[in-house]
Design a protein around this ligand. Structure first.
Ligand SMILES: [Zn+2]
Length: 158
């Protein structure tokens, strides 16, 4: 058992002080084991998230959707509300929004591969959150292990 190990470096200052240390040790060890449990869960969650990075199929970057728009010609049917529809892939390239029309023959494939990319992006965002959580926990756990040394600041040289 790790009970009481974290404050044993402190010099004993008598019975009262020892009791206080025991209480503090109990609190510290409870927090410590809770933190370790949380770390275990966070690592398992990161592992589950990482499963999706084992996928190997191709993906294309961009958002795939049905674009509805007016062409601007005053006599066109779209002027009365029957908008033109086309499947497109949009993405930002070097800071500029690009839009590519997707040929009918490639629609199903691009839909699927843009979906793969969206899935990757989501998993990546979740991984960033999970890693931040893991780092926070390991730092907290390290904080519980830290002891003050030296306990007294050395006298400045005369
Ligand atoms: Zn039109």
């Amino acid at each position: 058992m790790l009970h009481g190990v974290f404050f044993h470096f402190r010099p004993s200052l008598g019975f009262l002080s020892a009791s206080l240390n025991n209480i503090r040790d109990a609190v510290t060890n409870r927090d410590f084991s809770k933190l370790r449990q949380q770390l275990g869960r966070a690592l398992a969650a990161a592992e589950r998230t990482a499963q999706s990075f084992h996928r190997s199929g191709p993906m294309v970057q961009g958002s795939f959707y049905l674009l509805r728009r007016k062409c601007g010609k005053p006599n066109c049917r779209c002027a009365s509300g029957l908008l033109h529809e086309s499947w497109v892939l949009t993405r930002s390239e070097a800071g500029k929004d690009r839009i590519y029309s997707v040929p009918d023959a490639e629609r199903a494939l691009i839909r699927q591969q843009a979906g793969e990319y969206r899935r990757y992006q989501r998993a990546r965002a979740v991984l960033i959150k999970r890693h931040a959580q893991i780092l926070k926990l390991v730092d907290e756990i390290a904080g519980h292990r830290l002891r003050v040394w030296p306990e007294k600041r050395p006298e400045p040289p005369p």
